[in-house]
Write a protein that binds this ligand. Sequence first.
Ligand code: SMG
Ligand code: MG
Length: 368
Amino acid sequence: MRLEQVGLYLVEMPLVAPFVTSFGEERVRRALLVWVRGEGLTGWGECVAGSGPWFSPETVGTARHVIADFALPLLQGKDIAHPQELPGLLRPIRGHPMAKAALEAAVWDLWGKMHNQSLAQLLGSVRDRVPAGVSVGIQKDISTLLNVVGSFVDQGYQRVKLKTKPGWDVEPVRAVREKFPELPLSVDANAAYTPANLAHLKELDKFRLLMIEQPFHYDDLWGHARLARELQTPVCLDESIFSPQRAWEALELGACRIINVKQGRVGGLSAALEIHKLAVERGVPLWCGGMLETGLGRALNVALAALPGFVLPHDISATDRYYREDVAHPPFKLEDGHIRVPQGPGLGVEVDLERVVRFSVACWTYRM
Ligand code: SMG
Ligand code: MG
């Protein structure tokens, strides 16, 4: 397959409710959407980088720069035999996994459309629906938190993840655990703690949490390994795992027992498949994380989450938990606590170009 044209849209999607984490509040999701045109078809992908370098060093701005000025020249005139060639072609670019992943995603979508196969089929997925969890941001007080959690539990979400930070941890978790004794529950600190907080984090052990996600700085595998030895609650890593190599290192060091896989954060679907292979060999449970994706990124996450090694509920919620109007159809719905895996060719969702244009604040087109 040869790419003839590539385009980017920078969209600003208003969230139905602000999302607060230890590193800030988000009211609008800025996302870079990528399209690739070739063989008379168009493939779409979504870059998971955020508006600022808070979750990861990448931003929508660095991703646009790296895609336009470095990745596209490397793909110029290339005959791509399979989407899994993308990581090799882009290898000269160090870092920037989210930028690379967005391009790879669009190429997978195009490839699926060319061969009339769904992404789920192409990846080797084994499920037609995946269990949905929900990630609950930091709230203004505990009674608001209990209401928010209660409403998600009523909707059928199978696992609730609470965002935590110093000052919003033991008490909110205790309150949720007391009100929902059997609820599968986890916490995610987005790197808000340091090894000096060890004694405090140990207090979380009494709440029967499924896991504690990314307590320390993303660079600190050693600190996580030490913590993992001290805690009963399994440590799960998110930000720390930015490549298959890092996944292997983290497991070798004992820095985590569970991995949150985000294809964007690890450098693309091919890299996610490598981590999946490693995890299955070692019996390490995986689940699919979320980056408040639009329907485009969500469709891809759902297909990935249907692989055999993804065995815990995901941060894949229904569209209405994020957006009133999405850029892809149909919206993802919660059915009996699950999200159905799209079966159409490629991502299996239809892009709503009118909405893409309406939500976009900038766009770029490149001739290949
Ligand atoms: O997509 O449901 C979602 C969000 C899940 O909590 C979520 N993501 O660290 O896991 C995480 C965060 C990162 C996004 S914060 C903007
Ligand atoms: Mg996380």
